[in-house]
Design a protein around this ligand. Structure first.
Ligand code: HEC
Length: 175
């Protein structure tokens, strides 16, 4: 008997709830408001997107704060570690205040080639990959300033994925 009563009670509750929903549909309340009284609704979708960004994204996507991608992080490790007789940083400086040494500085190399390729990031990545793999086959904007044959052919000592990581690291330095 107790079970029957519980069922009856449940049915009654469901009915009350349904009536409640119907009643609320009759009011002019905006269902998109989600009951959050702090949200101000606007007809302007751009304003809504801005409000969303302010509330949830804020400055998190500002370039200075962007997190370094894991692949780029390993690239940063590769440029500093020795392969054979050299590390990339034996001949190139990378970082603030860097200058040209045995090879051109690489801090701005992605930016320089992004300009050459009209901001096409894919072509810039491909070019950097080719250049690092085999410096002699892909003359660049600085080739004429340096004696030939200084930079080793890197695809002999780095896996393609490692060169890809280095490219990502260099791309992450672009402004
Ligand atoms: C023994 C010296 C030496 C080492 C080691 C070396 N490079 Fe170079 N690199 C050079 C020289 C010299 C040039 C200029 C020749 C050219 O651009 O054709 C150059 C050019 C470059 C360029 C083109 C720069 C531009 O402004 O066009 C990139 C990119 C580059 N190197 C990346 C690397 C990376 C990444 C490594 C490590 C994997 C590395 N290099 C190791 C000497 C070196």
């Amino acid at each position: 008997m107790q079970r029957f009563n519980a069922c009856k009670l449940l049915a009654l509750c469901a009915l009350t709830a349904a009536l409640g929903v119907m009643a609320s549909c009759d009011t002019s309340a905006d269902p998109a408001d989600g009951g959050d009284s702090a949200t101000t609704q606007s007809d302007d979708p751009k304003a809504a997107i801005r409000a969303f960004k302010d509330k949830y994204a804020g400055d998190r996507y500002a370039k200075e704060d962007r997190p370094i991608h894991a692949l780029a992080q390993s690239g940063a490790d590769y440029v500093n570690s020795m392969r054979g007789s050299y590390a990339c940083t034996s001949c190139h400086t990378i970082g603030p205040g860097s200058g040209n040494i045995t090879g051109p500085k690489l801090t701005d190399v992605a930016d320089r080639y992004l300009k050459v390729f009209g901001d096409d990031a894919t072509r810039t990545r491909i070019w950097l990959h080719n250049k690092i793999s085999n410096v002699n086959e892909f003359p660049g904007m600085n080739t004429a300033k340096y004696s030939k044959g200084l930079m080793p052919v890197m695809h002999e000592s780095y896996q393609p994925m490692e060169i890809e990581a280095i490219v990502e690291y260099l791309m992450s330095l672009a402004k």
